[in-house]
Design a binder for this molecule. Structure first.
Ligand SMILES: Nc1nc2c(c(=O)[nH]1)N[C@H]1C(S)=C(S)[C@@H](COP(=O)(O)O)O[C@H]1N2
Ligand SMILES: [Mo]
Length: 430
């Protein structure tokens, strides 16, 4: 983890007040003498943060976040992620590092809304299921394992804001590009089995999920996020209460020791550090369920258009999408190159993935695998021949089981959600 010297994250500090950030981090006065200003406590702090002596420290400019901290993951157990924010921690995976058919834990993105819980030990962990149930239950992780069928499934989690970075006009929030998506193998018990055991009452319309993470303000009475899903979606047998990720305990940043995985819907439905599932007779109104959070206009809107609050609707299933994981953006390629990646489609499956190397004039069908189980992404590949040397863009376009294809342009919305525009990768053929 980044060294925590201040209440705010490094990124927020430098965004809001770079002079103050310099003072807090390096204990020196802003606009100090340019030559050799980074010395004493400041130099010691910076050296500790990057983990090595800095031979050219005299050249370091003011307001400077070393790129080793700003762009490379220093998060234990994660590899190659791009850090977008450090408080809360948000980090995504570059597409070429998502090449594996199943996403390794080290490459699974992180989207936190608050502060990671202090205690994530599985031993004393308790999950409560209550609200409108016949028998409220409190269970340890061992109780879950002993009383319900344990299943392992590859399940997709994608943040509703993945692709927000390409919105124009821009949308506020984490500037995710492509990599706020992953398909790890999750092991746990079915949410539906647990809810059935508790006895879902007739008037239940929605679930409410509560995790153990803390609010950024430090106020113990506030939750950073608490979302839910309609009871019909909650009863889908592919939703898991998971205690393992890729055969090992869940990574602390991905919700250890217990989390929900609600595949196909915005990642925010998949509560991490899960403590409570509460059944309600109304649409849940926890933090980030109301207002414009995880909501989109109920109609197409023009880019930049103001939309009244009451015209926003809760996002449900995610749209059809694909990712090119090889070649990497900007790669040089030979005359014939294997292009491959993944495709997924919310609650639907993907029926075809096509590629174009001529800006969409003609399309090449790829060989597309079935999902290893429902709600896993589908892997695809094609050998592509480039007719001559030069610059190409490879475009990928997935089509779902209802015949809906990815668009070329973004369906703009004020909060920057649901960007499923075709992925384009630049390739130079020599
Ligand atoms: N308790 C808790 N659960 C949470 C969140 C959170 O901040 N706190 N973030 C949600 C969001 S917005 C997403 S996209 C997914 C991301 O899961 P990951 O960090 O394991 O990739 O977790 C969801 N579950
Ligand atoms: Mo998210």
């Amino acid at each position: 983890m980044l060294k925590r010297t201040t209440e705010k994250g490094l990124f927020a500090l430098y965004r809001e007040d770079p002079d103050k950030a310099d003072r807090l981090l390096f204990g020196r006065r802003a606009h100090a003498d340019r030559r050799g200003f980074l010395k004493g406590a400041g130099l010691t702090a910076m050296t500790a943060m990057v983990g090595a002596a800095i031979p050219f420290h005299r050249n370091i400019p003011e307001h400077f976040i070393p790129v080793a901290l700003a762009s490379e993951s220093t998060i234990e157990g994660k590899d190659g992620l791009t850090v977008l924010n450090d408080r809360p921690v948000n980090a995504e995976t570059p597409p070429h590092l998502l090449d594996d058919p199943i996403t390794p834990t080290a490459r699974h993105f992180i989207r936190n809304n608050g502060l990671v819980p202090d205690d994530m030990s599985p031993g004393g962990w308790e999950l409560t299921v209550d609200g409108l149930v016949d028998t409220p239950m409190a269970m340890s992780i061992d109780d879950l394992k002993n009383n319900f069928e344990v299943v392992t499934e590859a399940l997709i989690i994608e943040c509703g804001g993945n692709g927000r970075a390409f919105f124009n006009p821009p949308a506020r929030g984490n500037q995710w590009t492509y990599g706020a998506v992953g398909c790890s193998e999750w092991t746990g018990v079915r949410l539906a089995d647990v809810l059935k055991a508790a006895g879902v009452q007739n008037n239940v319309v929605y679930t409410a999920h509560v995790g153990a993470d803390g609010h950024l303000s430090g106020d113990p009475d506030k939750l950073p996020i608490s979302r839910g899903v309609p009871i019909e979606k909650a009863m889908d047998p592919h939703n898991l209460i998971a205690f393992a990720q890729n055969g090992n305990p869940i990574h602390p940043m991905n919700g250890a020791p217990l989390r929900l995985v609600i595949p196909g819907w915005p990642g925010s439905c998949s509560q991490k550090w899960l403590k409570r599932v509460w059944l309600r007779d109304q649409v849940h109104d926890g933090p980030k369920m109301t207002g414009t959070s995880y909501r989109v206009p109920n109609r197409p809107v023009a880019p930049g258009e103001e939309v009244a609050k009451e015209d926003f609707v809760i996002m449900e299933a995610m749209p059809v999408k694909s990712l090119i994981t090889s070649p990497a953006m900007g790669a040089s390629a030979g005359g014939t190159t294997e292009v491959r990646g993944h495709a997924w489609a919310g609650d639907r499956s993907v029926s075809a993935v096509h590629l174009s190397i001529d800006f969409g004039s003609t399309w090449i069908e790829t060989s597309l695998d079935d999902p290893v189980n429902p709600h896993a992404w589908q892997n695809w590949r094609a050998n592509v021949s480039f007719p001559q040397a030069g610059y190409y863009e490879v475009w990928a376009r997935a089509t779902d089981s209802e015949g809906v294809s990815q668009p070329f342009a973004i369906a703009w919305n004020p909060k920057g959600y649901l960007n499923n525009a075709m992925h384009r990768v630049a390739v130079t053929v020599s």
